[in-house]
Write a protein that binds this ligand. Structure first.
Ligand SMILES: [Fe+2]
Length: 394
């Protein structure tokens, strides 16, 4: 059934392929960027990936405006201000983010400062504060998980006020996302597994959360199909280019889906477990996914049943009686988690993620105040959240 009203928006141009990066000069020209600043982190530089990007436009007329490769995993206002300074001193005219979620969020925030010619990021925090287009931002993801290359959100910490500021605006969408398997080939199995489960949680929550619509649904189902066929492959054989590109596409599809449908309780618990106990985001997604789907079952059984087709494949779907399909989807999520544990010890429980039991109350308290909860199909109280955390503990 169609929603009585919905909106879907995603203006990002996506280029994907085993040599997609080679088109960077053409794309930068199209965007009228002549001096791009590359924003990335040390891990990406050490893996030689920045060199690959620079090489892609070395023989064009485009001059590298600089490389800032010191973005921490939890980016802050100070880092954003530093990079904006480099951008201005080097007279850059566009940004290229190379990395996972943190460099991409950082680049989006830097773009606010350099486009608005401001130095107080706080002034632009919140929803729809920006009023005009920003400078061109190109995103080259080096993980297949967050989908940030096609989302309109940035989250930046302000340690002095002990808060995380979030920025949402249609102007924060990158102008271009480049999916090239060369950029993800060297991710170790543990991170490949965790980021892949983040993408799966985006796609699966997209199909079950309150703002879902036919377009986000179609993208999410395509994403789940690719993840079902390729996640174990890339964790077991990291150099498989075809499977890597499939996972990058899956993460991108899921990003476009969930930024319109929104995500729910899996993410509320995940944000809280990250903030309170330092559980990496993808690990938390993998831990909570089956428990939340059990919890949401009363409202989402038909959607969970539909997920079985892309996730388990046509044979699995046909061989499962309709009344058991929703349960079977959850069983297959559990089986996937077990396989990931066997391959690379991806934690299945909070205990395996080294969370101490006395933190569960604090995680539950934080989770029920998380914004994502608004979009969960079933209401959640503190007691419900705590019960769920206890189930997921060991
Ligand atoms: Fe996520």
């Amino acid at each position: 059934m169609l929603p009585s009203y919905y909106e879907f928006y995603n203006p990002v141009k996506i280029i994907s392929g085993e040599k997609a990066l080679d088109n960077l000069p053409y794309e930068l020209n199209r965007l009228q960027v002549t001096r791009p600043l590359i924003i990335t982190d040390k891990g990406v530089t050490d893996a030689g990936l920045v060199k690959t990007v620079i090489r892609a436009f070395a023989e064009s007329g485009i001059i590298l405006g600089g490389v800032y490769d010191d973005v921490p995993s939890d980016s802050s206002v100070t880092v954003v201000n530093d990079i904006a300074g480099v951008f201005r001193r080097n007279e850059c005219d566009g940004l290229i983010a190379v990395g996972g979620g943190s460099p991409i969020d950082t680049a989006k925030a830097v773009n606010i400062l350099v486009s608005e010619e401001g130095d107080n990021l706080f002034q632009f925090a919140g929803h729809d504060v920006l009023r005009r287009p920003l400078k061109p931002l190109v995103v080259i993801p080096t993980t297949a998980g967050t989908g940030s290359e096609v989302t309109y959100v940035a989250v930046i910490a302000d340690p002095s006020r002990k808060v995380k500021m979030s920025f949402t605006s249609a102007y924060l969408y990158p102008r271009l996302a480049v999916l090239d398997p060369r950029m993800t080939l060297s991710i170790p199995p543990g991170i490949t597994a965790a980021t892949g489960m983040d993408a799966l949680s985006h796609a699966m929550e997209a199909v079950t959360c309150l703002q879902k619509n036919p377009i986000s649904d179609a993208l999410a189902m395509a994403s789940i199909d690719l993840i079902g066929k390729n996640l174990l492959k890339v964790v077991a054989h990291g150099r498989d280019e075809e499977a890597r590109l499939a996972m990058s596409n899956a993460a991108c599809l899921a990003g476009a889906a969930f930024s319109n449908s929104m995500v729910g309780l899996v993410h509320s618990l995940g944000h809280a477990a990250g903030g309170v106990a330092g559980v990496p985001h993808g690990v938390a997604m993998s831990i909570f996914l089956p428990y939340v789907f059990d919890y949401n079952m009363e409202k989402t059984a038909p959607d969970l049943a539909r997920l079985l087709l892309p996730f388990g494949g046509p044979e699995e779907y046909a061989n499962t009686p309709p009344a058991h399909r929703a349960r079977r989807t959850i069983e297959l999520i559990r089986a996937l988690r077990q396989s990931l544990y066997d391959l690379c010890q991806l934690p299945r429980t909070l205990k395996e993620a080294e969370v101490s039991r006395d933190k569960l109350e604090a995680i539950a308290r934080t989770a029920i105040n998380d914004g994502s909860l608004t979009f969960n199909p079933v209401e959640v109280t503190y007691d419900d959240a705590l019960l769920l955390l206890r189930e997921a503990y060991d």
